[in-house]
Ligand binder design. Structure first.
Ligand code: SF4
Length: 133
């Protein structure tokens, strides 16, 4: 079994942890004892932070509802649809008809880019973060 050092992906605290990997699969986590943020501890979410990785319920493709059914699509098709809907709503009702919600489960850099997209590309300050919901 290998121990791979990483950061918990579940919130912005950034607790250090080791993924326990066997035969290419993550089978558990343990807190990083010397990490300055969590000092050898994890919260309840952190102990299960690896479970989604191999979950059969995990979405691996974008889904688009067609004829009332969710159907797998390509990223190009999904992004084109989203972009078309957002620009259409903005053109019809104004940019403040849009709202953007980001996530604590992505990096600071991704949150920053999301904010820039909302403000610079879509001209709205309606942006918030799941930590405040
Ligand atoms: S272990 Fe808990 S507090 Fe630490 S980063 Fe993960 S979710 Fe956040």
């Amino acid at each position: 079994m290998e121990r791979i050092s990483t950061i918990c992906p579940f919130c912005g605290c950034g607790c250090g942890m080791h993924l326990m990997v066997e035969s290419g699969r993550i089978i558990g986590v343990e807190p990083s004892p010397g990490h300055p943020v969590n000092k050898g501890m994890l919260c309840a979410k952190g102990w299960g932070a690896y479970e989604f990785v191999h979950s059969p319920d995990r979405l691996t493709h974008p889904l688009i509802r067609k004829d009332g059914q969710l159907q797998e699509s390509t990223w190009d098709e999904a992004l084109e649809l989203i972009c078309g809907r957002l620009t259409g709503i903005s053109a019809r009702y104004g940019p403040d008809a849009l709202g953007f919600l980001c996530s604590a489960k992505v990096t600071n850099e991704e949150n920053y880019l999301f904010m820039k997209m909302a403000r610079a590309a879509f001209k709205t300050n309606n942006i918030d973060h799941c930590a405040r919901l």
